[in-house]
Design a protein around this ligand. Sequence first.
Ligand SMILES: O=C(O)CCC(=O)C(=O)O
Ligand SMILES: [Fe+2]
Length: 379
Amino acid sequence: MLNGAPGKSSCADIYRRGQGCFCARHLPRGEIKSAVCVRECNKIHPHQSAAADLESVCTRTCNSSSTAQRRPAVLRAVRLGPCLEKWTVEYLGQKGGDKEVKIHVSTVPQMDFLHKNFAYKTLPFNEFVKRASERKHSDFFLCEDESYYLRSLGEDVRREPADLSKQFPDLAEDFNIPQFFAADQFFSSVFRISSCGLQLWTHYDVMDNLLAQVTGMKRVVLYSPQDALHLYLSGDKSEVLDIDSPDLKRFPEFVKAKRYECVLEPGDLLFIPALWFHNTLALQFGVGVNVFWRHLPADSYDKKDPYGNKDPVAASRALQALERALHTLDELPADYRDFYGRRMIQRIQKRTYSDSLTRTATREDPDGTLPSSQLTKPG
Ligand SMILES: O=C(O)CCC(=O)C(=O)O
Ligand SMILES: [Fe+2]
């Protein structure tokens, strides 16, 4: 079940409860099996009744002193509000109106940030929704079967985070923001509207995130922050674009990254903890909303970051200091650079790698308490 081999669409367990692992894809529909309590303790709480709504799940108080589990979790059949019934293409067009939106358009459904195989275009929201919902278009920019993607933005794109209640007030009232965090932690609410087949590259964000699926189905593949070294990062994105059949000559380490996978259906909510990598594939035309909130103290974040994906200020400072240190090493001949580079890596590992994180829980060791030497290595 904990299959790390790319290409195999294994249902890695998105979350655990009690003794065993639950495969998110095979959870029964129509009930909330468990939930991550983010506000109090980040722990997964036991089964709630079928009638439980998010409010009653997440406001439970947890007196446990055990370490918080910052793990992805899928909540099924959540009461997201009237949007679940109302958000048809026609209704979205009527209520969203002809407000201009900036969209990604590409001739192929797999968006490639490395070769920029997409163009930024502007369309009235109602026209965009209509085109994104159809496979072939009578009006188009690049070709008649082009793919569309909207990640909604704030009013002042460079400064303001997206907020549905400001950009789309008539639609925002149909969507209940899940109450998993205090009001002053709210950062943004973002429309994610994709053509059928659209795939967004693997990336991480620096804030905690709830991705709500309102219409259509979407596959989401996640990788732990601990697999960062196996993902061939370029900034916040992975260069491995085809995660289902990766080029292993170019990316041999990718096989070591453990793949977690779920399929979101309307009414499902995925908790994506900050720094967890995610890759989305729209299995149908679909509308989602994601909500970012500040999980760290407010001053940890870059103030000029409307997207929620700039590294925390302390991390940026540390990365800059590393660049300076590397520059200093350039004063030495290659064999010395190599030697001191290795020593620096060892120092960084000793100082920063967290033992508690390394002891990842598995089916054999649900609590992650076995010494790490006894844990099965991801495929
Ligand atoms: O749903 C998508 O297409 C992307 C979602 C995403 O990247 C996010 O919620 O941070
Ligand atoms: Fe994201």
